[in-house]
Design a protein around this ligand. Structure first.
Ligand code: NAG
Length: 417
């Protein structure tokens, strides 16, 4: 059934006078024009922020223009400007973010696994730097945010709340000092692995041939330190056993910044049901991505309806409080039909509006961003409750990094005899 807010909106939209209310109100979304539904979806995203868990624009800025922002006109429609226009996928710029009504973004500080044991930490700090510089360059559109409450404040202020997530534990060089420095630089999630194992945890690519059976004991220290700092543990990309171990170790809500449901599409990158079922108790959020390979077998036909299928599956299994959106735009070579770029976010909500059995205005706002904000606040409460706890000072065990001692700096060289 329609909500009061919907009726009110319909009156605004169509200019219907009060006597027509009952007739108009009895119509289902499916009986009304698409444009009306899209307008309603946009209205929801104006009222309450849409927060995307993962966007790889900073990776493109590095790979295409070597982090030179003067060569990256983010305030222009990049589909009309080379070299961006010729890329197979160029889905993000400020005009289209505005058209898509994005309210908050975790910008990804990602560096490739090939930099592990080399210059991963240096490159990651450069990606954090380029995100800060991007936000400062466009103050009319972007606002840097590192607290849950500031997301709503930025949205109310007409700005896109801009947050930082580090994608992959290899970025911290097995050093809790680097992890703490990331936090001080504004990082509010770290994905425990990308597509390589760290010396303390297994990733999803090697799930069938695990090196550690999940997290090592020192990996649990990483979780402990992230809880103490107030940085989300992100379980996208990790193996199922690493997910379980992290859920055992974490006293704060975790997120999946961009992950789908394994029962809907059976690939290791997606989240199995037993892990999904633990989210209500944990308080975290699974943010569904738009990656064709993780949506369906027939990935060239991946579309908005596959995204809806993953969202609905997770909602039906664990409830509307634990699902969100983490597109992975700019991290994917091509995009699903109907979700070609960031301007299309409202189309996803317009699609979900059709499903009045499952979704109403209130639950769509939770999906859009309120779930993430709730988890963020809870994580901050846990951080505050741990304020008397001292930082973890135990370095990674020497044997865990024996082949890489020259690169893992927390371990001093043994004293010469
Ligand atoms: C960006 O440019 C493309 C191609 O000209 C156009 O279809 C699209 O509507 C533009 N988007 C915005 C938000 O200006």
């Amino acid at each position: 059934m329609l909500q009061i807010g919907t009726l009110f909106h319909l009156v605004l939209l169509t200019g219907l006078s009060a006597p027509h209310l009952a007739t108009a109100g009895s119509l289902h979304w499916s009986q009304r024009p698409f444009e009306e539904r899209l307008e309603h979806a946009k209205r929801l995203l104006r009222e309450s922020p849409l927060i995307d868990g993962h966007n790889d624009v900073p990776m493109d800025i590095r790979s295409v223009v070597n982090n030179r922002l003067e060569d990256f006109p983010f305030d222009q429609n990049l589909t009309e400007i080379e070299p961006w226009a010729s890329r197979t996928s160029c889905p993000t710029d400020l005009p289209r973010l505005r058209a898509g009504l994005l309210g908050g973004q975790f910008w990804s500080a990602y560096v490739p696994c090939s930099s592990q044991y080399k210059n991963a930490a240096t490159q990651t700090l450069e990606q954090i730097d380029v995100i800060h510089r991007l936000v400062k360059k466009y103050p009319d559109d972007l606002q840097f945010v590192d607290k849950a409450d500031d997301i709503l404040a930025a949205h109310a202020n007409g700005k896109i709340a801009s947050m930082i997530g580090v994608e992959g534990g290899h970025s911290m060089d097995a050093s809790l000092g680097i992890l703490r420095t990331f936090y001080d630089a504004g990082v509010r999630y770290m994905t425990l692995t990308h597509m390589c194992n760290t010396p303390w945890g297994d990733n999803s690519e090697m799930e069938d041939t695990p090196e550690f059976e999940g997290l090592t004991p020192w990996g649990e220290n990483v979780i402990k330190e992230m809880n103490r700092l107030g940085m989300f543990v992100d379980l996208a990309h990790v193996s199922a056993q690493t997910m379980r171990d992290a859920l055992d170790a974490s006293v704060a809500p975790v997120i999946f910044s961009h992950s789908n449901a394994r029962t809907v599409h059976d690939v290791h990158r997606n989240v199995p049901d037993d892990v999904l079922r633990r989210m209500p108790e944990n308080g975290g959020v699974v943010m569904v991505n738009f990656v064709p390979f993780y949506l369906t077998d027939d990935y060239s036909s991946a579309s908005i309806s596959h995204v809806v299928e993953h969202i609905n599956y997770i909602r039906d299994l664990i409830g509307e409080d634990h699902v969100g959106i983490g597109s992975d735009f700019n991290g994917i070579p091509f995009t699903p039909i109907g979700l070609e770029d960031v301007s299309k976010f409202p189309y996803l909500f317009a699609e979900l509006l059709l499903d009045e059995e499952r979704w109403n205005d209130e639950s769509l706002k939770k999906l859009a961003g309120l779930n993430l904000i709730r988890a963020f606040k809870k994580m901050e409460e846990v951080r505050d409750s741990l304020s008397g706890v001292t930082p973890v000072e135990e370095p990674i065990p020497r044997d865990d990094v024996i082949d890489h001692l020259d690169c893992v700096n927390e371990w001093p060289a043994p004293k010469p005899e």
